[in-house]
Write a protein that binds this ligand. Sequence first.
Ligand SMILES: *Cc1c(COP(=O)(O)O)cnc(C)c1O
Length: 327
Amino acid sequence: MRLPEKFNFANLPTKIEKLSRLSEELGKEIYIKRDDQTGGEISGNKIRKLEYAVREAIDNGCNYLITCGGIQSNHARATAAVARKLGMEVYLVLRGNQDSELEGNYFLDKILGAKIKLVAPEEFNSHIENIMENIKKELEKEGYKPYIIPMGASNGVGSLGYCAAVEEILSQEKELGIKFDAIVSTVGSGGTYAGLYYGNYIKDNNAVVYGINICDDAEYFKNIVLKLFKGISIYTGEEIHVDKKDIDILDGYIGSGYALSNENEIEFIHKLAKLEGLILDPVYTGKAMYGLVEEIKKGTFDNHKNILFIHTGGIFGWNSVARSMVK
Ligand SMILES: *Cc1c(COP(=O)(O)O)cnc(C)c1O
């Protein structure tokens, strides 16, 4: 696979660990790739994407990063940290309001000195692109060279991070003497899944790549993923042609909605923490892993033995509401 130059910020390769007690309970071999351990302030999946996206920004002579996300966006926090590591300025547009509690990622954004604009949910959802474009214009007037990273860094260049992660997984398979027949990730803005799928396809690897969406629906993400394949191919020079029906996004695990937890999910995360010493986040991986276990019970994974789940991070997303639900 031909990939452009990137920065090296993440602790790579991330470890692959077996969840032996969960495996025994479910009659499967379940492994977890610790992308939650890519770093401290840069931890989680977004840093793999930012290594490519921010490299492009720097190569284009930019000195100011603009991005957006939810009030507890892991992506926004990682972007702020990377900007500071490179001596750049950073502007975050966050979906929230003035009384949003100053905790978790939002607090880290603040301590990193990011310029923050809070935008109410309705306005954010319908106008975020314009809002970021206007900020860019304003900053240009002040003499800066800004670079916009879209939500979750889920565009062609960002998704390259997970195309490259497939190469990492394939070399770990050799070291470990294990062949994963299913790779499972959370889908929040689609770039992680698109990158994994593209890399798996180009490498002619016969694992099935599954996504579990934690917002919107499967149909919405299948269209996004097809668009992302085109975006990726601009950088790799290789287009792939995939039928929508071959994109395996499993719907049904949004629960109460984006960043809203229900009791089953929290109970599941708590149970897994006690069983394996592994802590998932309430917004992304907790919902997706809950979904994976449900789908295994339903028989969706009957043709798979070795399953690799990507722990995409999110520990700072344990907000006060989710914390109070742990019994
Ligand atoms: C952003 C995020 C995801 C989803 O990844 P996408 O590439 O946006 O689909 C999953 N887990 C965590 C912890 C995240 O922050």
